[in-house]
Design a binder for this molecule. Structure first.
Ligand code: 13P
Length: 335
């Protein structure tokens, strides 16, 4: 395996001042977000929305890569240009979500394992031919009384590592995404302990499967208290807990860490990212940036509301979120 092109791509994705746009919602997830706003759950509406996102003027100023979904990587604008081409012209690297979603883990009620390893090799080859240069696979871990179990953590870490190895063999940079969900009433300390355990297992499995750390990126959740926890931490406490966890688990050879937003409000996600930069600038071995979905898109989606007349305003809202996060990862000043 030639890891140099992989390393070049991985480094380009976390180039200083830029982050990633996660726009890889599956059809089900995209429909659910549309339904919540009373928008039609049709392929036409999804296509119009994805076209709005990628044609945002100036998007490439702060976005290094965009994660697409199977439907989207094959999509063309109303004018007949492929979305992949639009992204490339804007200097944005196209990527693709390749997992097939989280499903119930047999024998462990309430826990999930991500599926999609069967047949992954030819799918990766096809995506690379369609223009993808990196991929994403999301594992989901839920915190509960005695969850996640060792079995749940091991199964998900193993799948992430198998996926990552297959990606590198196909010439794609794997983004390894173990998400510890925000759902629950757990404390910040419990989330820190679980996230640390998960990341240790993920990197052990990556090593076992021979994944080149220089040619991958990590996409973790921030260390947060559960959404229903009565004692919510300060921004500085979240920043400190998250960075401490990463420093203990993520080898310095990994070029970058790009956070998911995981249901935080757009402002909150940006504030937490900014605080990490403010408090640890110059002391971290990897780039620290964003790979947000909802925290970049939600305001734009709400403003668009399915109306062609709102496209420019929605694109402006997307750009504002991108710029806020660019400030967070460069100057590190809060939004
Ligand atoms: P959120 O930022 O909305 O969590 O989405 C990121 C992502 O890629 C989820 O898999």
């Amino acid at each position: 395996m030639n890891i140099n092109p992989l390393t070049t791509t991985a480094q380009a994705l976390v180039v200083p001042g830029k982050g990633l746009l996660a726009m890889d919602e599956s059809t089900g997830t995209c429909n659910a977000r549309f339904a919540a706003l009373g928008l039609p759950e049709t392929i036409e509406a999804r296509s119009a929305y994805r076209e709005l996102l990628v044609t945002t003027p100036g998007l490439g100023e702060g976005i290094s890569g965009a994660i697409l979904f199977d439907e989207t990587i094959r999509q063309h604008t109303a004018a007949g240009v492929s979305l992949v081409e639009i992204l490339q012209q804007a200097g944005i690297i196209p990527g693709i979500k390749v997992d097939l979603g989280a499903h119930e883990l047999a024998g462990f009620p309430g826990e999930q394992v991500t599926e999609g390893l069967d047949g992954l090799r030819p799918r990766l080859t096809e995506y690379a031919a369609l223009g993808a240069r990196f991929a994403k696979w999301r594992a989901v871990l839920t915190i509960g009384h005695d969850r996640p179990s060792r079995a749940g953590i091991a199964a998900n870490a193993h799948a992430l590592a198998r996926y990552a190895a297959l990606c590198q063999a196909a010439g794609l940079v794997p983004i390894v995404e173990p998400e510890v969900l925000l759902t629950g009433s757990h404390s910040l300390a419990r989330c820190a302990a679980v996230t640390e355990e998960v990341l240790h297992e993920v990197f052990a499995q990556l090593r076992m499967q021979g994944v080149a750390l220089e040619g991958m990126l990590l996409k973790p959740s921030m260390v947060l208290a559960g959404a229903d926890c009565p004692k919510q931490p300060t921004t500085a406490q979240v920043a400190d807990a998250t960075v401490a966890c990463l420093l203990r688990t993520v080898p310095a050879a990994v070029p970058g860490v790009a956070f998911l937003s995981g249901g935080q409000s757009p402002e909150e996600a940006t504030r937490h990212l900014a605080a990490m930069h403010e408090r640890f600038a110059g002391r971290l071995p990897w780039a620290l940036t964003f790979s947000f979905g909802r925290a970049l898109q939600q305001p734009a989606l709400e403003i668009w509301a399915g109306q062609a007349a709102n496209v420019a305003a929605a694109q402006q809202a997307l750009l504002e979120r991108v710029r806020g996060n660019m400030v967070a990862i460069t100057a590190g000043s809060a939004v």
